[in-house]
Design a protein around this ligand. Structure first.
Ligand SMILES: [Zn+2]
Length: 85
């Protein structure tokens, strides 16, 4: 099951449900799994940039192209950060 980090106690918080707000943003309802915390909260998952372009692009969706795609150099790119665990 998808999870995020609780902003208060930094424990794992489970995404219990979600709904699509826009083409780029999904609202998720999260519940901290630390019984001593018990925080429930809303978080947004937002697509912010393109790494590899879509083969079936939606013309309404305009995302910034990642440097990883536009750079022609062969220098190392950093590993992708883990957004959800
Ligand atoms: Zn917590």
């Amino acid at each position: 099951m998808s999870s995020v980090t609780c902003p208060h106690c930094k424990s794992r918080a489970t995404i219990r449900s979600s709904r699509q707000l826009t083409a780029l943003v999904r609202e998720t309802y999260c519940q901290c799994q630390n019984l001593m915390c018990g925080h429930t909260f809303v978080a947004h998952v937002e697509a912010v940039r393109t790494i590899s372009p879509s083969a079936t692009p939606d013309p309404q969706v305009a995302l910034q192209i990642s440097n990883r795609v536009t750079e022609t150099s062969t220098k190392q790119t950093p590993a992708l950060p883990a957004l959800v665990g």
